[in-house]
Design a protein around this ligand. Structure first.
Ligand SMILES: [Zn+2]
Length: 42
């Protein structure tokens, strides 16, 4: 519910969240099913 299922448009910058399940990157952690905070930008 609310998870973007890999269809995110956000870049994986520091302070954003990546879904550990489907790899979607979002700005708000409630937009993915299993968020993990991104610590460093590439
Ligand atoms: Zn997900």
């Amino acid at each position: 519910m609310g998870c973007k299922k890999g269809q995110s448009t956000a870049k994986p910058k520091s302070g954003r969240y990546r879904c550990k399940d489907c790899q979607a990157v979002v700005r708000k952690k409630d937009e993915v099913c299993d968020p993990k905070k991104i610590k460093k930008a590439e």
